[in-house]
Design a protein around this ligand. Sequence first.
Ligand code: NAD
Ligand code: DAU
Length: 347
Amino acid sequence: MTILVTGGAGFIGANFVLDWFKTSDEKLVTLDALTYAGNRNNLSSLDGDMRHTFVRGSIGDTALVMRLLEQHDVRAVVNFAAESHVDRSISGPAPFFETNVMGTVGLLEAARHFAGTRPGFRLLHVSTDEVYGTLERDDPPFAETNPYKPNSPYAASKASSDHVVRAYHETYRLPVLVTNCSNNYGPRQFPEKLIPLIIHNALAGKALPIYGDGLQVRDWLYVGDHCSALRRVLEAGNIGETYNVGGDNQKTNIDVVRTLCALLDQKRPRADGTSYATQITHVTDRPGHDRRYAIDARKIERELGWRPAETFEHGLSMTVDWYLDNEAWVTDVTSGAYREWVARQYG
Ligand code: NAD
Ligand code: DAU
């Protein structure tokens, strides 16, 4: 049997694929369009491994997805493929709706035709807590019963995709599962997201941009914990259900950045002996910036027995170590050289 992972060359998808083979010998096909955010090298340690197949292509290509499902006798799909960065969705929303909504529809079309021929088939759609909108300081965390109220184009596109997935379940009885997760951090995150951007800019001697007052709150989860939650939902989740996933780790952005500076001060002190915190610079706030996210993850704990294993302190320290040990990875994904290689390799 085989599982199909879409978006498996991106941040969470690559961590999921690499973790998969630590605990399973089941075959896995990665389907990824290799956009700017997808890095083929994330999976290079699997080159030559007969259990893994990499295919460059889009989830919106129904015929391609159908062929992969049939050829590999796929028992489950995990859909990570998306445009994922909120700031990019503000400067250019269209690709977010093309990939996250219409791409998901293309994938679902293949899945619904295939599912009828494959007993036990399921599709896990990986989504975000941003679909619930924003919380005030004293509001309770987001539960699965919260209404959808997305604020950014990214969040609206993910909310739309969740609705489409739900509609395919209700209308066509497609066996689906949905997860809504909080902010992830860890190895292989593209250095446009807060944590890797701060590490990268700090080492490069650049400004560390804090949007607005920096008192916005995010609920951080180590990527390995997100992957273990997804494996658990895939294995034991009830079809048609949604599970919220979070780390119970609410931090203000400014606290996260100060903690990163303190870790870098210890691990790679600045040449002039002063703290990286001197590079912190407050900049214009993100339009429509959600003030606070927090996840109530009691359902997945109660029903499936999942809890995060990592503390924020240890997870962040490991993450800083990974970026210090993999500066070439950052250069690679931020330079044209990698994209030229992709063009030569895949056309
Ligand atoms: P990412 O941007 O790092 O990776 C996205 C991957 O999808 C890339 O490899 C990209 O090449 C691929 N892709 C884009 N369009 C595609 C298409 N049409 N067909 C096939 N592949 C395509 O994203 P990420 O941070 O790893 O997020 C993965 C998923 O998890 C997304 O759906 C995102 O909404 C969700 N999510 C992310 C977070 C987070 O904190 N990063 C939290 C909750 C949920
Ligand atoms: O909550 C889950 C979501 O988390 C995922 O669905 C998204 O795919 C993922 O990108 C992430 O969205 P955020 O917008 O929360 O993440 P980002 O890393 O872009 O920003 C985190 C916070 O830090 C946010 O409040 C904006 C702020 N920020 C971000 C950047 C890039 C800054 O203050 N400065 C920055 O330079």
